[in-house]
Design a protein around this ligand. Structure first.
Ligand code: ZN
Length: 422
């Protein structure tokens, strides 16, 4: 009896676990295609399997059923990438995308009840990268720092909201962080030698892949992601937390370098090994600078933490990167920084100051190294002339080259060591 009941229970719970795929939405632009499958309930990524072939790719979705309204096949004439989407089986469906081209980048993720499929054109992505690099080069020539600010969430992803579970919350994390980002940009650019690039300027969802690609393309000097915390279990919890990635995710960031960094071969190899270390050691420094300035305007707790989770945006190698949780939306004290303009400005300014304090330290701390030069003695050269030419002393030239006398012979090679600073 118990066994039978158990089976019955399992059957019921299984049928309950079935999720309905209700709609297919899409937006097609010159830059990318986005296809969104709307499920009735939240969807877990583990129920979705992807199989890629040359001219198509398919999603195998388990524990799901198509709703009756869902089209069996749909053609996309305006898309440059997708020819049609075809559905096989209504139960545990296989949904296939047939392609017009092979040079595309596929990035898919689940968010609540959505499966989002982003398709980028490789040629357009490469063009974007080239343009960003060109612009970054110009900025570097003008001796400007490049800071990438990343307001989290956006579009269908509101992030934390207040009041919690309200259908019409008056505070949304996505709006708060965008406001902060714009203010921080304003304050930072006032210094004159900083250019701030935002990963999003509007209320739209930018995938994590795109966010870290922006930082990599611009060769940003640093990366700051902005978020707001929420702790519904206790409204008393408040505080600002500055997260830096934990070194245990080092190998992931090394992988990211391989994906993004396209320097000439020899440099590339060195950079791949070095970049994650730069991120980890320098992020610490940036985080403590931020803490120092935030504490001046924010009287609650300010903590620096290593993030346990493997966060994509903290894996932008080669540069310091931090993620700031700008207080808790559930805390009355913290909410004042989202509603009171004066307070918001103060906090944004402190963050700008913290970032700039970090940058300035590096600005003055030039990297110097000794360069070994080889000079071939010409007819009529004297030690004095050569010393003048390289702005070094005669005695140094003598000692570097073990010269016993002042007499030089044309064709003779001399080593000169010069200190060079970037
Ligand atoms: Zn967030």
């Amino acid at each position: 009896m118990l066994k039978k009941l158990l089976i019955l229970f399992l059957l019921i719970s299984q049928s309950k676990a079935i999720n309905y795929i209700e709609k297919l939405r899409y937006s097609i632009s010159n830059e990318k295609d986005r296809y969104v499958l709307d499920f009735k309930k939240n969807i877990k990524k583990k129920y979705i399997k992807l199989k890629k072939r040359k001219t198509y790719f398919c999603f195998y979705i388990r524990r799901a059923k198509l709703s009756s309204k869902f089209p069996k096949a749909k053609y996309f004439y305006s898309s440059k990438i997708v020819k049609k989407i075809k559905v096989y089986r209504r139960y545990n469906p296989k949904i296939c995308f047939f392609l017009k081209r092979k040079d595309y980048i596929l990035n898919y993720f689940t968010y609540k009840n959505k499966l989002v499929v982003d398709l980028f054109r490789k040629d357009i992505e490469a063009k974007k990268t080239r343009e960003r690099r060109k612009y970054a080069k110009k900025l570097k020539k003008e001796k400007k720092f490049i800071v990438v600010l990343d307001p989290g969430h956006g579009g269908f992803d509101s992030g934390a909201v207040w009041p919690i579970k309200s259908y019409h919350p008056y505070l949304k994390e996505k709006d708060i962080v965008l406001k902060f980002a714009k203010l921080i940009k304003k304050y930072l650019e006032k210094y004159g030698n900083v250019k701030v690039i935002l990963t999003r300027k509007k209320d739209k969802y930018v995938s994590l892949y795109e966010r870290s690609k922006i930082a990599a393309d611009y060769g940003a000097d640093l990366f700051v992601s902005l978020h707001v915390d929420s702790y519904p279990r206790s409204y008393k919890i408040s505080g600002i937390t500055i997260y830096i990635a934990s070194p245990k995710y080092k190998k992931y960031s090394q992988k990211m370098v391989r994906v993004f960094y396209t320097a000439p071969r020899p440099i590339k190899v060195v950079f791949e090994k070095l970049a994650p270390d730069i991120t980890y050691s320098f992020s610490d420094d940036l985080a403590y600078n931020l803490k120092r300035y935030i504490k001046r305007v924010y009287k609650g707790k300010v903590k620096v933490k290593r993030h346990n989770k493997n966060i994509v945006v903290l894996r932008t190698p080669g540069r310091p990167s931090v993620l700031i949780e700008l207080g808790f939306i559930t805390s009355r004290y913290d909410r004042r920084f989202y509603t009171d303009k004066r307070k918001m400005k103060k906090l944004a300014k402190a963050i700008a100051q913290g970032i700039y304090a970090y940058l300035r330290r590096f600005y003055h701390q030039k990297t110097c190294y000794t360069k070994k030069l080889v000079y071939q003695v010409k007819k009529g050269d004297t030690l004095w002339k050569i010393a003048q030419k390289f702005n070094v002393s005669i005695f140094k030239i003598k000692s570097w080259n073990n010269l016993k006398s002042y007499i030089l012979h044309p064709g003779e090679k001399l080593y000169i060591y010069k200190k060079v600073c970037d």
